[in-house]
Unconditional design. Structure first.
Length: 72
């Protein structure tokens, strides 16, 4: 099952860390990041991108469950 990855453009600071971590999933579009397409194949790097986002603007959903960013 594909993950649904979202970037909250109100929170995004455009650091580019997500695009640098998983360029096939994220792209900088002007001053904000966005997801390249709907439905992302499960990939640990996507969770890493959500974890390292300085604005916590990325959420990763597996069905109805939010799986990223991961909390310690």
């Amino acid at each position: 099952m594909a993950w649904n990855v979202r970037v909250d453009t109100q929170l995004c600071q455009g650091s580019g860390m997500c695009a640098g971590t998983v360029p096939e999933v994220f792209v900088l579009d002007g001053e904000r990041a966005r997801v390249r397409s709907d439905g992302t194949e499960p990939d640990e790097r996507v969770l890493d991108a959500a974890d390292i986002c300085p604005a916590l603007a990325i959420t990763v959903h597996d069905g109805n469950t939010v799986i990223g960013p991961r909390r310690d």
